[in-house]
Design a protein around this ligand. Structure first.
Ligand code: ZN
Ligand code: ZN
Length: 158
């Protein structure tokens, strides 16, 4: 079920497509909707699993390509994490993240104060142009910690 915010974002995207002159296809709209409805920062594979029933015949490659397009036009963002798979974020405004090092869980962190503490490097390498920054706090989520603590002391536990 699409929320009001999702509706608004989809409308913005329709408008963007019209302005940029690229066709708004059912595929693009459905894939964007799938990302907008999630808060767990899904990988392309996870998005594919979600839309494959709604879009019969869609391939992983297509989903990946559409996600890249959506990122390029700024409808969603791609986030940088430790895993090999790219993950996507429906939130395009700057925010930060908590990352669980055991399950790769990723939770949004809204705290303007963190941004104020970051000093931009005065001398980036070469002609590197900084576009932004984002802070990740690594640790263990409550679920993983509970599993971990429960396993402690048991013979054969890691
Ligand atoms: Zn975890
Ligand atoms: Zn996020």
């Amino acid at each position: 079920v699409a929320t009001n915010e999702t509706h608004e974002r989809l409308r913005d995207f329709d408008e963007l497509c019209r302005q940029q002159g690229f066709p708004l296809t059912v595929q693009r709209r459905t894939i964007l909707e799938a990302v907008l409805e999630r808060t767990d920062h899904p990988t392309a594979d996870q998005v594919y699993e979600e839309v494959k029933e709604r879009l019969p015949g869609v391939s992983r490659t297509t989903v990946y390509r559409v996600l890249q397009l959506l990122t390029r036009v700024g409808a969603i963002t791609r986030i940088f994490t430790r895993g090999a798979a790219a993950r996507f974020d429906p939130v395009v405004r700057r925010h930060h993240h908590f990352v669980c090092v055991r399950c790769d869980g990723l939770v949004d962190l809204w705290d303007e104060g963190i941004g104020e503490l970051v000093r931009m490097p005065s001398n980036p390498p070469g002609s590197f142009e900084i576009e932004g920054f984002s802070v990740y706090f690594f640790g263990t989520c409550a679920t993983c910690r509970a599993t971990w603590e429960g396993a402690e002391g048991e013979p054969g536990a890691i």
